[in-house]
Design a protein around this ligand. Structure first.
Ligand SMILES: Cc1cc2nc3c(=O)[nH]c(=O)nc-3n(C[C@H](O)[C@H](O)[C@H](O)COP(=O)(O)OP(=O)(O)OC[C@H]3O[C@@H](n4cnc5c(N)ncnc54)[C@H](O)[C@@H]3O)c2cc1C
Length: 546
């Protein structure tokens, strides 16, 4: 039996492609660049440097993609862990547009690399639906407009009716669809990258923890248990496990464990419940990100802890989350549960740049690392090989201490609070929908609804504005920026208004026109529901969303 560190058991390890074990570093070597960590960030940097003719060694403490890179849910999305409206607020619209474009370049890099290398077992499948469990459309509508019209991203607003055609759950209302996103088998992608790294001439050493780095001087010295290495450049790609090698850098990451399960095969039951073949998320938290894998299994992630817990304890919780959203699946068995740890920064943006002369950092990708590790690897490789300084676009996002144990405790409490708030909002939306249904079923319902409803007073500053303008005022993105009104939205008949067609089955959708008219209709319908409910209760209307 091998004495190599083992991968944690998961559905990914059960379905991984054959990949040779790489030996440890046992004799001293000299290279141009030493990369610490063979996760996706380290591997992409290595590939892009080796392709440019540099001599590269990757030192990995355990196995290739042993941590987050080989255990994540496999969603390859545009953007960052931080929401784009917050990015715009922080750096301004022009700068944010450049960052968004870089994030899309990362996504396209992953897609292209899978295709160029003809990677086995990666199985890319298009689309990401970010579904709302609340009927409050305003925030999502503003986001569709920001990304679609201001940042130039491919994005669509889907009304509840269309969402429920492909995700048969009464918990769901409208959704945002990202047609260029896709999902993959991340461990096989990482192993495919490793093969390409070696084919390009770089070396990977597993079971080789870096113990210390002497970064002074022109040639940097890296110490491992059996040998040392000298290099002109060092790239730190160790994520939360960097630890005492660079303690102060490690202290800028908040470790967050999330939990993933796959069900036993569900057969036709699953095909009846989930028709959509892309990835799905129904919260902004770690909870409820899922996709169909292996034909008829459901992969589902959820739970978040800032200290590691035994993943088995989360099997029951994930199972009941699945059954709550899709009760029609009936009894289900969980075949695999595992956990992985990601590194969150305080500002939720990645750490990319030169720490000390010729010591580079690619880290802090949070739960949004599949596109951003690819982006960061390319940026740093270009910086080292070509002196390109595009990475400086990330300079506003500095290294910020994550608060140690207190920071972890606060993050845990924030998660619980956020989770409780989401549950309450979802419950309210369900109540409104239920009451509306009951009203509609009553014989006198239409008459009642046609009765004039007391219209809430419109705030003077809102008078004369379109709904879209009001939404944008309610969720300002930037003081100097005005959200385009609905009437200005491009009208592509394929995507506008109650479109009953399926999501496009292609990844090549660079020309997709953003559309949100259907969500505007949804907004009006929700307002009607709220009005009907409030009128029935004979109390003043809720003016929150007016
Ligand atoms: C459960 C889970 C689900 C996720 N889902 C998604 C998703 O669907 N979409 C998405 O975009 N992102 C997702 N993420 C986030 C994404 O997986 C990570 O952001 C990304 O993989 C980070 O890659 P990395 O290379 O920076 O770090 P890692 O994958 O952690 O790799 C770092 C490597 O460095 C090695 N290392 C550390 N210190 C040393 C040292 N001193 N010497 C040698 N080696 C060292 C480690 O052993 C490790 O292998 C998820 C994360 C988790 C945990």
């Amino acid at each position: 039996m091998s004495d190599q560190p083992a991968y944690a058991a998961s559905w990914y390890t059960e379905t991984m492609v054959a990949s040779p074990e790489r030996g440890a570093l046992t004799s001293d070597i000299d290279v141009d660049v030493c990369i610490v960590g063979a996760g996706l960030a380290g591997l992409t940097t290595a590939l892009e440097l080796a392709r440019r003719g540099w001599s590269v060694a990757v030192l990995e403490a355990r196995r290739i993609a042993w941590n987050a890179s080989g255990r994540n849910t496999g969603f390859v999305l545009p953007g960052f862990a931080q929401s784009m409206d917050a990015v715009v607020r922080r750096v301004g619209l022009d700068h944010a547009r450049q960052l968004w474009t870089l994030s899309e370049a990362g996504l396209n890099y992953v897609r292209r690399t899978i295709r160029e290398i003809a990677m086995p077992g990666v199985d890319p499948s298009p689309g990401w639906l970010q579904v709302s469990k609340s009927d409050d459309v305003d925030h999502d509508l503003a986001l569709v407009r920001l990304i679609g019209q201001e940042l130039g991203g491919a994005i669509e607003g889907w009304p509840a009716e269309r969402v429920r055609e492909v995700l048969r759950s009464s918990h769901y209302f409208h959704a945002i669809h990202f047609p260029t996103a896709f999902h993959i088998h991340p461990l096989n992608y990482a192993l495919g990258l490793a093969t390409a790294v070696e084919a390009a001439g770089a070396r990977i050493f597993e079971a080789t923890p870096v113990l210390s780095i002497d970064a002074d001087g022109v040639r940097k010295r890296v110490t491992t248990p059996s040998a040392s290495l000298r290099a002109d450049h060092i790239v730190l790609a160790g994520n939360v496990h960097l630890g005492k090698v660079m303690r102060r850098v490690a202290g800028t990451l908040l470790p967050v464990w999330t939990y993933v399960a796959t069900t036993a095969p569900l057969g036709a039951r699953l095909a009846d419940a989930i028709i959509y073949s892309g990835a799905v998320s129904d919260t902004d938290l770690a909870d409820n990100h899922y996709r169909v894998v292996g034909g008829d299994r459901l992969m589902w992630s959820g739970g978040m802890t800032t200290w590691e817990r035994n993943p088995r304890r989360f099997g029951g919780r994930l199972k009941s989350d699945i059954q709550r959203i899709y009760p029609q699946l009936g009894e289900i068995d969980i075949d695999h549960v595992w956990t992985g740890v990601l590194g969150n920064t305080i500002h939720r943006m990645p750490q990319i740049g030169e720490l000390l002369p010729r010591v580079w950092l690619v880290s802090g990708f949070g739960g949004h690392g599949l596109n951003t590790t690819a982006m960061a690897g390319n940026l740093v490789a270009r910086a080292i090989a070509e002196g390109d300084d595009t990475w400086r676009l990330f300079q506003p996002y500095e290294l910020v201490w994550a608060g140690g144990r207190i920071g972890r405790a606060m993050a845990q409490v924030h998660y619980w609070w956020f989770h409780a708030r989401e549950v309450a909002k979802a419950r309210e939306a369900q109540k409104r929908a239920e009451e509306f249904r009951r009203n509609e079923q009553r014989p006198d319902a239409s008459a009642e609804l046609e009765e004039p409803i007391e219209v809430p007073p419109v705030a003077p500053e809102q008078a004369g504005r379109t709904l879209a303008e009001q939404a944008s005022a309610a969720h300002p993105v930037n003081e100097s920026r005005k959200m385009a009104s609905t009437s200005a939205a491009p009208a592509d008949p394929q995507f506008v208004s109650r479109n009953k067609g399926r999501a496009p089955k292609t990844n090549d959708l660079a020309g997709v026109v953003p559309a949100s008219d259907a969500m505007d209709e949804e907004r009006a319908a929700v307002r009607k529901r709220k009005s009907a409910r409030n009128a029935k209760r004979n109390r003043p209307l809720d003016t929150e969303n007016v």
